[in-house]
Design a protein around this ligand. Structure first.
Ligand SMILES: Cc1ncc(COP(=O)(O)O)c(C=O)c1O
Length: 420
């Protein structure tokens, strides 16, 4: 690493040492004005593109008027407006909101809410899950050991059920779903009794774990099990939310009604903010004062989020994600047919995973070579997956057809090099 980074903690890994001084739409620019295509969206955050003028204007205006209206002391109009705007865009039944700063913090909050509301303690998560890096959310994260190693013992009461990852299992989707439901039922009979289970927490598209959409039938089965057993269904939309998958929230594709929704990343277009949504009735079971934080719902972040939602709606970014996502998916499948190192291409909207290697033999090297080849051509792409063999396509939702095609042709060159 460069000496210039000597005073930054090495706990941060770095894909590049690019030092952008400016961002605009899908692009980042360094001090020499070198342009980078950011198809990482800062890990799924800049859904409205870097520095969308309306979001910037809202932040500037709010900063000039009020930055921090602490919510236990006063209630900033921006926080109130955000709760109303979220009520309009979240699924029916989600009408009451709690604000925090990060996805992990919101996930911890959702678990606390579920435990107090049900009087039960256990939480079920899925193999490959990523819910954050705080103690509680580390215990709920099973995508890679690196997130947990050296930190045991982690908080208890977390149980892990298999996620319907057909490609990894090497089965067809229906067989995989049936098996996963059966395993979950077994878990509820053998490890965590329903009477002890507060919540089932799931990402509607497994993110860090490999960009694997949960099939609609599986989500509907979870809903039925939760309703039958009085368990709360918690949908983690931290990465899938805010138009990413072609709907405002990924769970909408299945028609499933969540009990609790977790949002972050795309919500603030880069200003840290997260939210927990539930029904007012459920939220009323949360003991006042038993959860909180200094910054949650602060005026600046709330204003950024209000502007983000307005841009998302006015520019119809979910529809653009669906349309450009289809185009990308089609082209990536064509590349799969040409390059046998690609084993699978899957996803929803602009959340697409390209998995390298056959299902029984994940090929991390091929993924890394292709990623590095893309990065050396100034196309920023991230990997994911337990075996780190999946390249994720997660561009800002403002991306155009032409920009997607440019990125694809760079990727194809890198792929050709990696295939040699
Ligand atoms: C699905 C999901 N949940 C939770 C988190 C944690 O969010 P944060 O990094 O803001 O704490 C992430 C982060 O990548 C995520 O993808």
């Amino acid at each position: 690493m460069q000496p210039i980074l000597d005073h930054l903690s090495p706990a941060w890994s770095h894909l590049t040492t690019v030092q952008p001084v400016r961002g605009e739409g899908i692009y980042l620019y360094d001090a020499d004005n070198t342009r980078y295509i950011d198809f990482t969206s800062g890990i799924g955050v800049t859904n409205t593109g870097h520095c969308h003028p309306r979001v910037v204007a809202a932040i500037q205006k709010q900063a000039a008027n009020l930055i921090h209206g602490q919510i236990n002391i006063v209630v900033s109009p921006a926080a109130i407006e955000l709760s109303h705007r979220l009520n309009e865009v979240t699924p029916d039944g989600i009408d009451c909101f709690f604000f925090s700063n990060s996805g992990a913090e919101a996930t911890e909050g959702a678990v606390k809410l579920a435990r107090q509301a049900t009087g039960r303690q256990n939480i079920i998560v899925f193999q490959g899950s990523f819910h954050g890096r705080t103690a509680q959310t580390m215990a709920m994260t099973t995508s890679k050991t690196v997130y947990r190693a050296g930190y045991q013992p982690l908080p208890g009461g977390i149980f892990v059920a298999p996620f319907p990852y057909s490609y990894r299992h090497g089965w067809d989707e229906e067989t995989t779903i049936d098996w996963c439901i059966e395993q979950l039922e077994t878990l509820l009979k053998s490890q965590s009794a329903p009477s002890e289970t507060a919540a089932i927490v799931i990402e509607p598209v497994l993110g860090e774990g490999g960009y694997v959409p949960a099939p609609d039938r599986f989500l509907r089965a979870l809903r039925d099990i939760c309703t039958r057993d009085g368990i709360l269904l918690v949908i983690d939309e931290v990465q899938t939310g805010f138009g990413r998958t072609g709907a405002f929230f990924a769970v909408e594709h299945s028609g499933v009604q969540p009990d609790i929704m977790i949002m972050a990343k795309g919500l603030g277009s880069g200003v840290p903010i997260s939210a927990i949504g539930a029904s007012r009735e459920l939220m009323a079971k949360w003991q006042p004062g038993s959860h909180g934080g200094t910054y949650g719902g602060n005026a600046l972040a709330a204003a950024a989020a209000v502007a983000t939602i307005a841009v998302m709606r006015d520019e119809n970014l979910s529809a653009n994600a669906a349309r450009v996502g289809d185009r990308l998916m089609h082209s990536l499948k064509e590349l799969q047919a040409e390059y046998p190192i690609i084993g699978d291409v899957r996803g929803r909207g602009l959340m697409i995973g390209v998995e390298f290697g056959p299902s029984a033999k994940p090929d991390k090297m091929a993924a890394k070579k292709t990623q590095q080849g893309s990065v050396s051509r100034n196309l920023l792409l991230l990997t994911c997956g337990t075996h780190d063999n999946v390249i994720r396509w997660i561009p800002p939702l403002v991306v155009t057809d032409e920009q997607a095609d440019t990125a694809l042709s760079i990727f194809a060159e890198a792929l050709a090099d990696a295939s040699q």
